[in-house]
Design a protein around this ligand. Structure first.
Ligand code: FES
Ligand SMILES: [Fe+2]
Length: 349
């Protein structure tokens, strides 16, 4: 092995997460008044919306017989367990037992609750030490509301440790895999920086898309309209999430929801910028919002196609690791060493 090659140590594939961050656990539209169940690093959590639209998060476990509260329903702003009908307030206190005798008191149980906030189309949950909640904020996604950006969301579900997904996202040399989708080409790492919370990798690449004419958006649908041209391709692992931009026209976020050592979910959000269309910006706001909403999901086929290819590779990596955890791999991309270092640093905090 030459000195420019880097050896990976695979103990990272069993590392946990740093709980003292905000995690995007659901899309806002997914959480209605009925219970919605999610898992964040082995922790089952039930989300529901009260009659005022406020979202609450509780441990998804009835303190009576330890069944899932998410199998029940929300009634009068409280959660009712499916089994014996006990009800719980959003504070986690038991409020009602249907068969409570007149000489019995309500059980004094307290279900664990989690701080949640709704921001930029997602429900953000803080699973950590509540005394540290003010040290961090949810990832900013200014494009979500901005009228100049068209969003598309793809949900990633992969049977692999989250480190494989983050490494895939930080390693722009894997454009090779997506040749048929023509996402980007000829990436070259130019610069790299890292600190305790983030890794920024700056690549130079070739982009197939240029959004500068009103019909440019059709490049997403018709490959013959695309032309290669150089663009900066920057990717950042801003723990626990990922952000990237390809030139000025595209911005992509990946909001990670690690489930356990062998399962990861994530929301990939792709924004296409309409910045170049200055005529559009002069139109009334309601019309621009109409355009933004009508074009939501216009890159769906592309995004889902890329995700499918990535997931296939990531799951193969996980399987190979499980077969032979001691096997060492060879790496040439320094951005991945920084990425692993950040994962370790954060997980061991
Ligand atoms: S198990 Fe939930 S009410 Fe009995
Ligand atoms: Fe990819």
């Amino acid at each position: 092995m030459s000195s420019s090659q880097i050896t990976f140590f695979h103990d990272i594939r069993n590392l946990g997460i740093n709980h003292n961050h905000w995690y995007a656990v659901a899309r806002s539209v997914e959480v209605k008044c009925q219970p919605f169940s999610i898992t964040l690093w082995h922790q089952s959590i039930v989300l529901y919306r009260d009659s005022e639209g406020k979202v609450h998060a509780l441990e998804d476990l009835c303190p009576h017989r330890f069944v899932k509260l998410s199998s029940g329903r929300a009634i009068a702003d409280e959660l009712e367990c499916a089994y014996h009908g006990w009800r719980f307030k959003s504070s986690g206190k038991c409020s009602y037992v249907p068969y409570l005798a007149s000489n019995q008191k309500l059980p004094s149980c307290q279900i664990r609750t989690f701080p949640v906030q709704e921001l930029n189309g997602f429900i953000w949950l803080f699973p950590g030490d509540k005394s540290k909640i003010n040290l961090v904020s949810p990832l900013e996604i200014p494009e979500w509301e901005h009228l100049n950006y068209i969003a598309t969301i793809s949900v990633i579900k992969c049977r692999a440790h989250y480190s494989y997904l983050v490494e895939n996202l930080m390693d722009m040399y894997h454009g090779h895999l997506h040749q048929n989708w023509q996402a980007w080409a000829a990436a070259k790492l130019i610069d790299l920086s890292e600190n305790d919370d983030r890794v920024d990798a700056y690549y130079q690449a070739q982009s197939y898309y240029k959004i500068d004419k009103i019909w440019s958006i059709s490049q997403l649908l018709f490959p013959s309209l695309r032309q290669l041209h150089p663009e900066p391709l920057n990717v950042s692992y801003i723990y626990p999430n990922w952000v990237s931009n390809l030139g000025k026209d595209f911005k992509i976020y990946c909001l990670l929801l690690p489930i356990n050592e062998k399962q990861t979910q994530a929301y990939l959000i792709h924004f296409t910028s309409l910045h170049a269309f200055w005529r559009l910006h002069k139109l009334p706001e309601w019309f621009r919002r109409f355009v933004k909403n009508s074009l939501f999901g216009s890159a769906q086929k592309l995004l889902d196609g890329l995700v499918q290819q990535d997931v296939e590779m990531i799951e193969e990596e996980q399987q190979a690791y499980l077969k032979n955890p001691q096997q060492r791999s060879y790496e040439l991309n320094k951005a991945l060493v920084s990425t692993q270092r950040l994962i370790k640093k954060q997980a061991l905090q």
